[in-house]
Design a protein around this ligand. Structure first.
Ligand SMILES: [Zn+2]
Ligand SMILES: [Zn+2]
Length: 73
């Protein structure tokens, strides 16, 4: 049996290795997705609530400016 190398994810010797188009890992068929990515990159690609959405401050959270005439004594 011809061994091409070992999978970078599971470490098992594989007859055929695939190269992830994103990270360049050499992975076995088990860890290679149809998208051309390894399973690690494929799982990272999933849309999640990243830091970008956290930067959006809702209008209600912004500090409101109180004009002096509204302050009652
Ligand atoms: Zn593998
Ligand atoms: Zn990858």
């Amino acid at each position: 049996m011809e061994i091409a190398g070992t999978c970078d994810i599971c470490g098992k010797p594989a007859k055929h290795l695939y190269t992830c188009s994103k990270c360049g890992r050499h992975v076995c068929a088990e860890h290679y997705t149809a998208e051309g990515l390894c399973t690690i990159c494929a799982s990272k690609k999933k849309p999640t609530s990243g830091p970008a959405s956290e930067l959006i401050i809702p209008e209600s959270a912004k500090p409101t400016t109180v004009s002096p005439k509204d302050i009652k004594h």
